[in-house]
Design a protein around this ligand. Structure first.
Ligand code: PMP
Length: 343
């Protein structure tokens, strides 16, 4: 399919100038900084690097990508919002999302006054190709959001390339949980598909949710748009510094992922022995979607013991999404679950 980025970007953005700062050209140079109305005193007085090159280099290396194909957000949440603000005209355009999937696609669409079209997943939480082709033949959606592994269902989406190939707009593949999964990242498809954006995050497998760093990968043209249109200085200097420190110890982070995956298997075995559990859905992520006889009751009983889970309704009747914690947290969960009496 012919893809022309200029036809996809909201027309008025061509004339919008972004915030200009001298700072990025003077990073690490001795200079007298009187350009940004900062306070000359204090530990955190300077604005951070607006396009954090060191962090981007490290993330490019880890993800076998090139720095120029990368852009950063204050969490991938910010990049989801920016995607709509760059490509979707309020009140006119729509996005296409899987249902069920990550709730923020719809929430940001509503905030931006962008319409939402939904592709219902089948009973195995997969997309149906016929339904997809039929929907896109009638749809004018500007952006397709695919989430794999999908939140809240946990499964990976089969044959992602088919959907990327057959959508004549921007395709966002949200890989927030990919590091927990055996599947390959769609980053390797970037050379083939100029309409592709891959989103990752440091919040999940990398264990840095508190630093709020989301990572986007795309063509250089799309990456430049995000860099130009994002809020200035969207990654704090402390986040940049601390993330780099953590990523320089990649072995520790990888080891944590394997601990989580081992705990996940143990947790699954434990859950299979719980009476009120009806079904544990297959998961490639660090959580399980679990059907209970009465999810509301289980949710409340867990909450009474200060165990927080996520009640997924109305589209997933009687289901809770439960994250894999550490060994103690998982044992506590299983202990409380085993003690709940359903009348
Ligand atoms: N995408 C998915 C699928 C998620 O589950 C989440 C967080 N729950 C995000 C994106 C946002 O992640 P963050 O903003 O922390 O990078």
């Amino acid at each position: 399919m012919e893809f022309n980025l200029n036809n996809k970007v909201r027309p008025h953005l061509a004339g919008v100038k972004s915030y200009q700062t001298l700072r990025d050209s003077y990073i690490n140079k001795q200079a007298v900084y009187l350009d940004a109305n900062e306070n000359p005193f204090g530990e955190f007085n300077r604005y951070p690097d607006g396009d954090p090159i060191q962090l981007k280099k490290k993330l490019a290396e880890i993800n076998q990508a090139k720095t120029e194909n990368l852009f950063l957000g204050n969490g991938s949440d910010e990049l989801i919002d920016l995607t709509m603000r760059i490509f979707c005209e309020p009140t006119k355009d729509s996005i296409l999302i899987m249902n069920p999937s990550f709730v923020m696609y719809e929430i940001y669409a509503r905030m931006n006054n962008v319409q939402v079209e939904k592709l219902e997943l089948n009973s195995g939480f997969q997309l149906e190709k016929d339904l997809f082709l039929d929907t896109v033949s009638k749809s004018q959606a500007k952006v397709l959001f695919l989430c794999s592994p999908n939140n809240p269902t946990g499964n990976s989406i089969d044959d992602l390339e088919f959907y990327i190939q057959n959508f004549n707009g921007i395709v966002v593949v949200d890989e927030a949980y990919i590091e927990f999964s055996p599947e390959d990242s769609a980053v390797k498809l970037l050379n083939k598909y100029p309409n592709l954006i891959v989103l990752k995050t440091l919040s999940k497998a990398f264990g840095m949710a508190g630093l709020r760093i989301g990572v986007g990968f795309s063509s250089i043209e799309i990456a430049s748009l995000f860099i130009q249109l994002k809020p200035p200085y969207n990654i704090s200097s402390e986040s940049q510094k601390l993330a780099l420190l953590q990523l320089n110890n990649l072995e520790v982070l990888k080891n944590n992922i394997s601990i989580i995956l081992k705990e996940k298997e143990k947790l699954k075995l434990g859950l299979e022995g719980i009476n009120s559990v009806v079904k544990i859905f297959p998961s490639d992520a660090n959580f399980f979607l679990i059907e209970f006889k009465d999810a509301q009751l289980i949710y409340q009983k867990l909450l009474d013991k200060n165990i927080l889970t996520s009640l997924r309704h109305p589209s997933l009747n009687n289901c809770l999404r439960i994250s894999v914690g550490n060994a103690d947290e998982n044992s506590e969960l299983l202990k409380v679950l085993s003690e709940i009496k359903e009348s």
